[in-house]
Ligand binder design. Structure first.
Ligand SMILES: [Zn+2]
Length: 195
């Protein structure tokens, strides 16, 4: 499933008649995004052995795993990652996109840190996302990529939030947003954009 917020916003912004007139252009947008995403990847080359460490700030759980060994995904490690990045409000577990894991692995190497990613939000169920939107969750999108395991909110001990933000932007791997008042950076593997 891909993000649908862009196409969904067109009819509201332009009105139905104008939207119908722009139908072909609107339909072409997702293709353009996908092509630009393909040509802007800064993640390669990835090492054959890849690890990740997380600390869940809501449950105080920690995990450190090698999720890819000799270029092959390690299913038992993915189970651990999916568990620690679950929706901690409802307990729901969904697969986290491996592209996001590779982005985080690259980010950790760029930051030259051995610290775990401190996780504020990983996978988010529809009910939790709706709750956060109606309870002052500024910046919580209706079609958030957290809903499909393609986004994570993080901070890293010993790394300034601004440095984390700039380093993540430099990867051109997707969206990056900074939330200084809540002390975290959002990263996702959707379209490349910043806020
Ligand atoms: Zn987020």
């Amino acid at each position: 499933m891909r993000e649908t917020s862009d196409s969904a916003s067109v009819p509201r912004a332009l009105g139905r008649r104008r939207f119908l007139g722009l139908g072909a252009a609107a339909l072409a947008l997702p293709l353009v995004s996908r092509l630009s995403a393909l040509t802007s990847s800064a993640l390669a080359p990835l090492p054959a052995d890849r690890d990740l460490a997380f600390f869940n700030t809501h449950t105080a759980e920690s995990t450190a795993v090698e999720y890819c060994r000799s270029g092959c995904l390690v299913p038992a490690s993915l189970v651990k990652i999916n568990h620690i990045l679950r929706d901690t409000f409802t307990g729901e577990i969904k697969p986290i996109d491996v592209d996001l894991l590779d982005l985080l692995n690259t980010l950790a190497r760029k930051l030259q840190t051995e610290e775990p990613f401190h996780v504020i939000s990983g996978y988010r169920s529809p009910s939790t996302n709706a709750y956060l939107r109606t309870h002052g969750g500024g910046g919580v999108a209706a079609h958030s990529l957290h809903l499909v395991g393609k986004a994570i909110d993080i901070r890293v001990p010993g790394v300034k939030l601004r440095d984390l933000y700039r380093t993540a932007i430099g990867l051109h791997g997707g969206g990056v947003g900074i939330y200084p008042e809540s002390d975290f950076v959002h990263v996702d593997v959707g379209r490349v954009r910043t806020w």
